[in-house]
Design a binder for this molecule. Structure first.
Ligand SMILES: [Zn+2]
Length: 182
């Protein structure tokens, strides 16, 4: 693999890719932890994380609904709102990677929906501002989620369950309804 001789980007595509994968994994863990915290805080259960038997390994899978919840990083999944700055060198390389991710996301969503699974994708920036929570609660309600039981369950959460991290900020009555579902 030839080195890119600009001095700005001394890494091969593979090296750069491996490095960015680690960044991605770290980012993913923190956003997932925030979602995890919100679910616990709201007493929402009945989900498993990274269920490998399900197409696309959803970040959270609610078997009984059934509903797959994905947390998409704004850069890697090409968020139209954030439109993150793509590194100026090798723009084509990044665009290709992001487009591959988007294509895979669409394929996974399609396959799950065909199998009768509801799909919800939330953007990383929605985790930060909490705007995903009200629409997600509405989706759960629509699918017949039992909030009375959830409230009862939500009372006894131990702080340890949050892995020492505070849950994501809630936006209260944010009217935004950008969480998409089938
Ligand atoms: Zn975004």
């Amino acid at each position: 693999m030839a080195r890119v001789a600009t001095g700005l980007d001394p890494l091969t595509a593979e090296e750069r890719s491996a490095r960015m994968s680690k960044v991605k994994a770290r980012g993913n863990r923190s956003t997932e932890r925030a979602v995890f915290g919100v679910l616990i805080e709201h007493g929402i259960d009945g989900w498993t994380q990274h269920c490998k038997d399900i197409v696309g390994r959803p970040d959270f899978f609610f078997e009984r609904l059934p509903l797959a919840l994905f947390v998409d990083g704004c850069f890697w999944h090409g968020c139209p709102v954030c439109d993150r700055n793509i590194p100026r060198n090798r723009v084509g390389f990044w665009r290709k990677k992001i487009e591959e991710n988007r294509r895979r996301d669409r394929k996974v969503t399609r396959e799950l929906r065909q199998a009768g699974v509801h799909v919800v994708r939330i953007w990383e920036h929605q985790i930060r501002d909490g705007s995903w929570v009200p629409p997600f609660r509405r989706i759960l309600s629509r699918l017949g989620y039992n909030w009375r039981l959830a409230l009862a369950r939500g009372c006894g959460v131990s702080p340890q369950a949050l892995s020492g991290n505070s849950p994501g900020t809630l936006a209260g009555e944010d009217p935004s309804d950008s969480v998409a579902t089938s």
